[in-house]
Design a protein around this ligand. Structure first.
Ligand SMILES: [Zn+2]
Length: 49
């Protein structure tokens, strides 16, 4: 079974990305990704549903 998690922009809080998550992987992701609301690259943090 695949779990999904969201990557939430650290600035505006929008969930811009959704990615499959291995339930056994407990590492918290923190990625620099493009946010179209902030119009730039922002730190995106992992959020579970
Ligand atoms: Zn943003």
């Amino acid at each position: 079974m695949r779990e999904w998690m969201f990557l939430e922009c650290g600035e505006c809080g929008n969930r811009n990305y959704r990615t499959p998550k291995d339930p056994k992987d407990t590492n918290k992701l923190d990625l620099k990704k493009y946010c179209k609301f902030c119009r730039g690259h922002r730190s995106h943090k992992e959020k579970r549903k």
